[in-house]
Ligand binder design. Structure first.
Ligand code: G6P
Length: 371
């Protein structure tokens, strides 16, 4: 059994460490650097079709929904198409507005989640063009869609999703570049710059994994906390949501992910000296760095304990937080991939220290094929 897990105690831990390889597999053969373009084997959309899209709707559940929220930032920024991210479980039951000019994207690790599949079929019935981003080849969603793109993460066994999530983010980034080139919102040089950055991600993930000893110390200090708050702004908001979800799924500690600016509208009332607050604060004007520093100060003023995920060369947040976890600096759209890794490790180590069944958390299933 240990051999199956590559020497790791749990599949989840193995899968966290597989991410440099998984992301390299997602990128392989798809980046045409000299042309400043992206190649997907399955791509079948004409220039005319892509130019006719007026809106993208993303349908997903759970962790895949979080990658959709990050994907919205990528597609809106690079392809200048408005994107709505919908909870698939809600979509079907509210008379959704779907038109022929809409591109509907389902994101699903398994490709079998009943809610996502149901919503996706409904969108197709209403005339949208459908694209499935899945990890499992031949899955229902890949069969139902007009077009599918595989994330190529390899089999994911741990119920809590890790490498499936980060490879979804990278796939969405490639898709955003492709759409941006076809729509003419991204120049060849612009695309080349994005692709050059994407090519560095596997190495960056290798580097960020080295923060594990520091994350373990944080996990030990807070393993008995009752609640956690995760804060992030802009493209870091879905990272905060995902960090909180990972922790609750496997450690059973209550956790909430919030957009930093919303803290004052509710969660601030929860903050006291027992409350650890994970602030995801890489240094980008895009993610309103100064504002997230303001969040750190507000938490500290109320006695809360701040764990800040910051760029390796940041000296400002360093002096304000109780604990810092340093990550390699990445562009604003890529930082979600990098910043997610310490949060996966935090959830893993807290759960492991609490003696939980990490790979088979109570009440959860890897793939929910009933409504
Ligand atoms: C289940 C899993 C989650 C997953 C969600 C969506 O709830 O426990 O980890 O994010 O389903 O799954 P999908 O296969 O559609 O991405």
């Amino acid at each position: 059994m240990m051999a199956e897990k590559g020497g790791y105690k749990h599949f989840m831990h193995k899968e966290i460490h597989e991410q440099p390889r998984a992301i390299a597999d997602t990128l392989r053969g798809r980046m045409l650097l000299s042309e400043g373009d992206v190649h997907f084997d399955t791509w079948n959309l004409s220039l005319e079709q892509v130019k006719s899209f007026t809106k993208v709707t993303i349908l997903a559940c759970g962790t895949s929904w979080h990658s959709g929220v990050a994907g919205k930032h990528m597609i809106e920024s690079l392809a200048r198409l408005p994107v709505e991210v919908e909870l698939a479980s809600e979509f079907r039951y509210r008379d959704p507005i779907v038109e022929k000019s809409h591109l509907v994207i389902a994101i699903s690790q398994s490709g079998e989640t009943a809610d996502t599949l149901g919503a996706f079929k409904e969108a197709k019935r209403l005339g949208a063009h459908t694209l499935a981003i899945c990890n499992v080849i031949g899955s229902a969603m890949t069969r139902e869609s007009d077009l599918h793109i595989l994330t190529n993460a390899g089999p994911e066994i741990g119920v809590a999703s890790t490498k499936a999530f980060t490879t979804q983010l990278v796939t969405l980034y490639l898709l955003a570049v492709k759409l941006g080139r076809m729509r003419g919102t991204l120049s060849v040089e612009g695309a080349q710059e994005h692709l050059t950055q994407l090519a560095q991600v596997p190495k960056m993930i290798e580097d960020v994994l080295k923060c594990e000893p520091q994350v373990k110390r944080v996990a030990r200090e807070f393993m008995n906390a009752q609640d956690f708050l995760f804060l992030g702004r802009g493209p870091m908001h879905p990272v905060a949501l995902e960090g909180a979800l990972k922790l609750k799924e496997i450690s059973y500690i209550h956790a909430e992910g919030y957009a930093g600016g919303e803290m004052k509208h509710g969660p601030i009332a929860l903050i006291d000296e027992k409350m650890p607050v994970v602030v995801i604060a890489p240094k980008h004007p895009h993610v309103a760095y100064e504002k997230i520093i303001g969040n750190i100060e507000e938490v500290r003023a109320r006695g809360g304990k701040v764990i800040a995920v910051i760029d390796e060369d940041d000296t400002q947040a360093d002096t304000l937080a109780d604990h810092v976890i340093r990550i390699p600096a990445a562009s604003a759209l890529l930082a979600p991939v990098v910043a997610t890794i310490p949060l996966q490790l935090l959830a893993y180590h807290v759960a492991e220290m609490r003696g939980n069944d990490v790979d088979q958390p109570r009440n959860l299933a890897k793939s929910v094929t009933v409504e």
